[in-house]
Structure formats: structure tokens, C-alpha cells
Design a protein around this ligand. Sequence first.
Ligand code: LMR
Length: 396
Amino acid sequence: MFEKITNAPPDPILGLADSFNADPRDCKINLGIGIYMDETGNTPILNTVKKAEQHLLDHEKTKNYLGIDGLKKFAACTQDLLFGRAHPILMDKRARTAQTPGGTGALRIAADFVTKKAGVKRVWLSRPTWPNHNQIFSSVGLQIVDYDYYDAEHHRLNFTAMLNSLEKIQPGDLVLFHGCCHNPTGIDPTKEQWEVLAEFIKKKGGLPIFDFAYQGFGRGLEEDAEGLRIFSQKHAEFMVCSSYSKNFGLYNERVGACTIVAGDDKTAEAALSQLKTIIRATYSNPPAHGGAIVETILIDDILRNDWEKELTDMRQRIQRMRQLFVQTLKEKGANQDFSFIIDQKGMFSFSGLKTEQVLRLREKFGVYAVNSGRVNVAAMTLNNMVPLCEAIAAVI
Ligand code: LMR
């Protein structure tokens, strides 16, 4: 049976990491996969994570299974981060959170849940979006529809076109938003635009779902939750798939969360019970270690404070690299205006490089970016900036 199976195409992001690792050139630069690097080009383990791990090593008494929905305090801390402490949704017990293997795990069980338990048939995704969204939602049989998002000519959000496409939403359609730091464009709606969107989706009867993987990487922990919190004032029901890969640097621990918000406590509890049947049939219960690290940090005032400082340092370094990238491109003679990159948010920049330029960068200079022109600004350093910008100037 298996001899009929042909090769699947490599993953557009993770496949790139494999090609990068196989590239023997010393000068190679990896701007593909979204991981944070420090000024020395390493992806560090945060000090607060190390401290939490030491605490766990000293105090952990069992490796028994977690419950299907994971750690209880982890769930409470996640809700505090999403909505802010003592938010009415939390006071009214309208939210339930399951700890999941990464943000991808959260999205997959959310997709399964809305399809099997809530009768959702279609999902709206921004064009462009993170390529894995398409795979996740089509894997559960949902029809995928795109909504306009990006104005490539002016490097900004095309809000009018976005609303025009969302006009075609049918009641009960799932509509996915990137909570902050839109991947791949780095362009988020403004506060006013979030207000309009929240009202608009409510009027159309759509079910909002937030992919919230970069909280703290855009403007700050609270600021980055702006859109989500605006929706939470206007919508009785929605879902949030959040990730701790980036903001705690816990990439390979696979730690994320799937949060369901419902109209009341009883409905939320019933929804969680159904979500748990999906989890049980998918991975049974989540791995403990990453969730325990996050919980240990978030429940301890000192660790939490120190973590926020580490997160701020990461965010500020990325912002400095944005500035330096634009300035160095200019110095190296790149004959285009790249200043729009300074205002983009999060790890990524949609550079405007065309696929053939990206391929030439890879082949000639060992600079790896996603074919769409997305570059990971968080992988730029003082050391690689000059060769990187020289290579870009050469291909454009
Ligand atoms: C990315 O977009 O590079 C990250 O979210 C990593 C991934 O899993 O694709």
C-alpha cells in the first residue's frame, strides 16, 4: 500500500530549517523560522525559565499524568494574561482553558472542536497568513476562505478590502485573527479598526478565533492584548489559541493553551467537557514540563517580574534590529525605501522581497528567508547585519 505514496512537499518554514542545517557554508544566515536569537546568534534559555526548572527539579514529586486539560493554575494564569486580572469574563467564570502541546496543538483541537461540536463548516483566514493555518483547518475538513488583509504596494493593512471580503461571512463561520504581530506581515489593526471588526463580526454572526502566539513581542503584554480585549467586550463566544513558545522561549517544550469563552459558566463547562473528548482522542493529556515552568513563573511575583524584564529586553532588541536593518540597507545601496519595516510588529517583517530574490539570496549568499519574503528580524545581529544587507542590496 505504501509504495503508491509520493513525497510530500517540504514544509515552507520547518523544511527551510532542514535545508539551512544541511548548508555547509560558514557565512549562512537563517531568517526563516520564527525563533528569537540574542546578539550572539543563540536562542537562549531565559534566566527565569532556568530558575523555574531548578525549582521543579527540587520539588517535583511525581511524573504522573496530568488531567486531560492540564494544570489548573496554568489555566488560571493564562486567562489572567489574556484578559487581565479580575476581568468580568473571569469573574463570571465564562472561560475555560486547556493546556496544549504548543499553539499548533491549541489550534488543532480548537479546529476539531468547532467542526465536530459546534457545526462550523468554514473558516476565514487572512491573505497572507501563517502557512500552517491552511493545513490545520483543512485537516479537520473545514472549507477555507481568504479575506483580504495586506496592501503589498503600500506595505500596510488594506482595511477597506478586509471589510469588503468579510462582508461575505455567513452566520456560524469561524473567523481567525492574529491577536498581535500578524504572521507574516507584522501589521496589526489599530484600536479603532479592532473596534470596527468586533462590531462587524458580531453583526455578521461569525465566531471569532484568535491565534495569539506573540503576546509581549509587539508593544507589551497588555498592549498586545488590545484586540482580544475589545472583542471580549462585544462577543459572548469566542476562542483563543495562545502559545508560550516565543514569550518564554519554550519552543521545544511545546506549551500553549486553548481557551473557550462562552455566554455563561454552565455553557463554558459543557464546552470544555466536549473539548476534553477531542483532546483525549488526540494526545490524551498534555506534557507537563513546559506548562509547569510557565505556571511556576507566573504565580511567583519575583519570577514574573523578572520574566517581564526578559521579555522587554527581547522586544527591544528586535526593535533595535528593525532600525539597524533599514539603516544598513540604505547604507549598502539598496535602492528601495524599506522604512515601513520599522513600524511592523513582532519577530517578522514582510520585506517585500520577491520569491526569485529570496531564492537568489539562498543560493548565492546562504541567506534563508521564507519564499513569501518574510524575514525573521529576531535573528538579525550586529555581526550578520552587514553581510545580510549587502546580499539583499545585490539581489534587488
Ligand atoms: C514561524 O512562523 O516561523 C513559527 O511560528 C514557527 C512555525 O512553527 O512555523
